[in-house]
Design a protein around this ligand. Structure first.
Ligand code: A2R
Length: 316
């Protein structure tokens, strides 16, 4: 028996890593890609990924009805906090109404499917004090349009669990990075800038935003394993942090990336990269997912950053 799986946002950064992880004769994987046409990955599911905007309720419903999935990974989103400030309506339309379209299609055609709603550590409220480790019970707030779209998405998920009996599990993924990430995200941006300097394509200056904030980074290849473990063993209606369990300042990330290269650079603050409001420290407690599924992160941050640099050395 094969397992039928549907992934929204299958051609996104996380989606592509998830497609690779799930590529096996036991799985029949379907999904959506937008705004770009599906990227051929030389996987057995390549022809099952359709070009579809999750805001288009009718086409999304038809795709889910046809695929009849047992598992749904809902990844499609406006995923970039910085962009969400400039695209507030699109962020809410995609992340909230698009999610409602996914849940409505499931309610109508596959009400027994186990579903993952991918929320974010950005929903945590700013807390006073240093070294706070955030657990799932900590207060939620929103200091960006991205964050309020995900807070609303969590409430929507809970409604579909409690009132409509759907089998939704919610994750709060802390920041994650790795090969293939868009340079609109900090680690990938800096790795790309460093490779541009290495290859003589740019002046020896790395432009940064606020490098004092602290973040808990996982490798995307660990994150997709966490997502699968939750659809296998997670409890419906529960919220799970996905985190490495240790936080580092962005300054430390920059230092590590530079130590993995052999160039001399100047570091300049680019006001364009500063945010109107930001969470100072995101450090996650991942004991709940570990206890329920056995998941543990396995790739050290230095390895992730090394692989990210290698990615840009090949694909710049
Ligand atoms: O933003 P784009 O142009 O890269 O496209 C993203 C896509 N997407 C949509 N798909 C269907 N209908 C829409 N209206 C729509 N708007 C955007 O979802 C992208 O291809 C995909 C999400 O993947 P990434 O932006 O690469 O994010 P990532 O890092 O894979 O994050 C996956 C999930 C998201 O729910 C994040 O909010 C969360 O993990 O952290």
């Amino acid at each position: 028996m094969t397992r039928r799986i549907f992934i929204t946002g299958a051609s996104g950064f996380v989606g592509q890593h998830l497609l690779h992880l799930l590529d096996s004769p036991e799985n029949e994987v379907y999904g959506t890609s937008f705004p770009h046409e599906p990227v051929p990955l030389d996987l057995s599911c390549d022809n099952n990924i359709c070009h579809l905007d999750i805001r288009d309720k009718e086409r999304l419903s038809a795709a889910i009805e046809q695929a009849q999935p047992e598992w749904i990974f809902h990844l499609a989103a406006v995923s970039n906090v910085g962009h969400s400030w400039k695209k507030r309506t699109e962020t809410l339309e995609t992340n909230l109404l698009g999610s409602q379209n996914v849940f409505e299609a499931a309610r109508e055609f596959v009400p027994q499917a186990r579903m993952l709603f991918v929320s974010s550590s950005n929903v945590y409220a700013q807390q006073a004090g240093e070294n706070i480790v955030l657990s799932e019970e900590d207060p939620v707030d929103a200091v960006s349009p991205y964050a309020y779209s995900k807070v609303c998405g969590e409430l929507l998920s809970r409604f579909y669990v409690e009132v409509e009996n759907l089998q939704v599990i919610i994750t709060r993924a802390f920041p994650h990075t790795g090969p293939g990430q868009s340079p609109d995200f900090v680690c990938s941006d800096w790795a790309r800038q460093i490779v541009a300097i290495e290859q003589g394509k740019s002046d020896p200056v790395v432009r940064v935003g606020n490098i004092s904030v602290r973040r808990d980074f996982c490798d995307v290849r660990d994150v997709v394993k966490a997502y699968v473990s939750l659809l296998e063993k997670g409890r419906v209606g529960e919220v799970y942090n996905i985190a490495s369990g240790s936080a580092v300042s962005l300054q430390e990330i920059l230092d590590t990336l530079l130590s993995l290269s052999n160039i001399e650079v100047a570091v300049e603050v680019d006001p364009e990269k500063m945010r109107k409001a930001d969470i100072l420290s995101l450090h996650g407690d991942a004991r709940k997912i570990g206890g329920d599924t056995g998941w543990r992160p396995s790739i050290p941050l230095e390895q992730t950053l090394r692989d990210l640099l290698e990615y840009w050395r090949v694909y710049f």
